[in-house]
Design a binder for this molecule. Sequence first.
Ligand SMILES: NC(=O)c1ccc[n+]([C@@H]2O[C@H](COP(=O)([O-])OP(=O)(O)OC[C@H]3O[C@@H](n4cnc5c(N)ncnc54)[C@H](OP(=O)(O)O)[C@@H]3O)[C@@H](O)[C@H]2O)c1
Length: 315
Amino acid sequence: MNKERNSNGMSRRQFLQTSAEFAASAMFLSLGSAQSFAAPNTSTRENSIPLVTLNNALQMPRLGLGTMTLNGDVGERCVADAISMGYRLIDTAMIYGNEASVGAGIKQSGIKREELFITSKLWKADMGYEQAKKGFQTSINKLGTDYLDLYLIHRPAGDVKGSWKAMEELYHEGRIKAIGVSNFEPAQLDDLIANGGVKPAIHQIETHAFFQEGKSLEYLKQHGVQMEAWAPFAEGRHGLFTNATLATIGKKYNKTIAQVSLRWHYQRGIIAIPRSSQKAHIAENLNIFDFSLEGSDMASISTLDLNTTQFPEWS
Ligand SMILES: NC(=O)c1ccc[n+]([C@@H]2O[C@H](COP(=O)([O-])OP(=O)(O)OC[C@H]3O[C@@H](n4cnc5c(N)ncnc54)[C@H](OP(=O)(O)O)[C@@H]3O)[C@@H](O)[C@H]2O)c1
C-alpha cells in the first residue's frame, strides 16, 4: 500500500526496484517543472504519472486522457483541465473530429509541447503510402504541432504495408517519436513485425474488466510491444460503474470503481486512457498512484472477465 506516498525522496531507480507490481519499467514523469504537475491541495508526488519505456527507448506516461466524443469547446476545456491537473498523455484520432479542439486545449494549457505526449491515429480512409503521409500532415496541422509522439494505424484495413512504410519514414525523419497499431489481430501484428523495419511500439486495444485480453497481454510482452487499453471503463457498459466486486474492493481502499479499474490496468502494466467530460472525474481518474491492489483483489477482478468485446458494433 501507498508505495508512491512512502517513496517520497526516493530516486527513480529506487522507486522502480521497490514497485514489484510494475510489469514494465517505469519511472516518474520528469518532464517539466514540479510546479506544473501539482493539482490544487495535493502534493506533486501524489499526482505524478509514472512513465513506461517503449521498445525504442521513448518514455510514455502510463495514464492519459482519452478524447473520443470530446469535441468543440468541451474538448478544449477537458484537455486544458487535464493538463493543468498533471495529465501529459492525450489520445485523439482523425476520426474523432476533435484534433483542432485538442490542439486548442493544449495551447490554452500553456504547457510546453515537449512536455506533452500526443497520440493521433491514421483512419481507414487514409490508408496507403501517399494518403498516410497526407493524413499525418492534416492531423498535425489541426493539432497545431509539428510532430506527434505516437501515431497509430487505427484499424487494420486497406493498405497496411504502404501506410506502415509512410509512418516508418516519418518516424526516421523524427516527425513521429513512436509508431504503433490499434485493433490488430495477432496474425496481422505478426505480419507487420515480420515484414516491417520498425517494430510497433504500442498496440491499443479494447481492454477492461469484462474483456481482459490476458493472452494479448502475454503475447505483446513477449514481443516487446506495450499494450494500451481503449475503453478502460468499457464506457460503463455491462454495469461497470455499479459492479459489486469493484465496489467492494473500492471500499477497502476508499477508492471509487473508476479508480480501482484504472489501478488494475496499471498493475497489469497496461497504459490506460480514460475519457471524461467532467472535471471532477478527470481529477478522480488521476488519483490512483497512492494505493496498491492486493493480489486477492487482482484475482477477484480477474473473475469478472467475460472474454468478449463489449463493442460488437465495432467488430
Ligand atoms: N483505438 C480505438 O479503436 C479506440 C476505440 C475507442 C476508444 N479509444 C480511445 O480510448 C479512450 C477511452 O475509451 P472510451 O472513451 O471509449 O471509454 P471509457 O474511457 O471506457 O469510458 C468513458 C465513460 O466513462 C465515464 N467516466 C469517466 N470517468 C469516470 C469516473 N471517474 N466516474 C464515473 N464515470 C466516469 C465517462 O463519463 P463522464 O464524461 O460523465 O465522466 C464516459 O461516459 C477514448 O476516448 C479514445 O481516446 C480508442
